[in-house]
Design a protein around this ligand. Structure first.
Ligand code: ZN
Length: 264
């Protein structure tokens, strides 16, 4: 929030959530909500955006993620409606955002400059990070999970690891991860970094040595990661998602990918 207007981050999973988010903002300020940044296409972040567009908010998203939402959104919305019930998803649509952010952009909310930073190809094809220059508070989206197992359905883990280094080096004071508690200590980056590096090496090694996904999953989640929230179900999905992708890769290229520095 600046002296003139407000920037919201994410829209939540349903139209109703998006509406209630605006009501919650109204309880804090009468300033107009000018922008909403949707960090990426995953439904828990994006499906409420129609409520914000309807309210005249300029909803910002990376074009690759807007395209992914248009492509995959309707089927995911149908699935979500079956799972949670039509009364919760009523009014929800997977409509397009208002504006695209293809490169880093600075917006001014009135004596409050805020960076919208583009990170392509990490957690998804176009993750957006919001950095408030005044307070240093930074919203990392799903590039950062704290105390919770990061999900990888659209991830490129090699690129994601380089993004984490860049994010950690930003002049942030408090960080808001996509999932998990607010962080002040950079050590919390290890929750995402170590987990995705483990997933990557474990699955790549298995593909190179001819182990099956069942053989990877059989012993369960290894001890250092077992305490992460949702570690078990995320491990099962991630192994299958990555295995399919790595199996289709040239073994030499995969070998090179595995040759990453070991965890420090
Ligand atoms: Zn996500």
């Amino acid at each position: 929030m600046g002296s003139r207007e407000v920037l919201a981050i994410e829209a939540g999973p349903t139209h109703r959530y998006g509406q209630e988010m605006l009501v919650a903002i109204r309880s804090v300020t009468d300033l107009p909500v000018r922008y909403a940044v949707i960090t990426h296409r995953h439904p828990d972040h994006s499906f409420g955006l129609g409520a914000l567009v309807d309210a005249g908010v300029e909803v910002l998203m990376h074009p690759a993620e807007a395209a992914g939402l248009a492509r995959e959104g309707p089927a995911l919305l149908d699935l979500m409606t079956v799972l949670v019930g039509a009364e919760w998803t009523e009014g929800t649509s997977t409509e397009a955002p208002s504006s695209m952010v293809e490169e880093d952009r600075l917006v001014d909310l009135g004596k409050r400059p805020v960076d919208i930073l583009v990170f392509e190809g990490g957690h998804t094809k176009g993750d957006l990070v919001v950095h408030d220059r005044t307070s240093g508070v930074t919203f990392f989206g799903d590039l950062l999970f704290v105390e919770r197992a990061a999900t990888v359905p659209h991830a490129d883990i090699g690129i994601w690891l380089t993004h984490l280094d860049r994010l950690e080096a930003l002049p942030w004071t408090k960080g808001v991860p996509g999932h998990g508690p607010v962080l002040e200590d950079p050590a919390s980056f290890a929750d995402t970094r170590d987990w995705i590096r483990f997933l990557h090496r474990r699955v790549a090694d298995a593909v190179l040595t001819g182990e099956s996904p069942a053989e990877i999953l059989d012993p369960g989640v290894p001890a250092p990661y077992a305490g992460l929230v949702e570690a078990g179900p995320t491990f099962s999905r991630a192994v299958l998602q990555l295995y399919r992708r790595y199996e289709a890769m040239d073994p030499a290229a995969l070998d090179a990918l595995v040759e990453q520095p070991p965890p420090d």
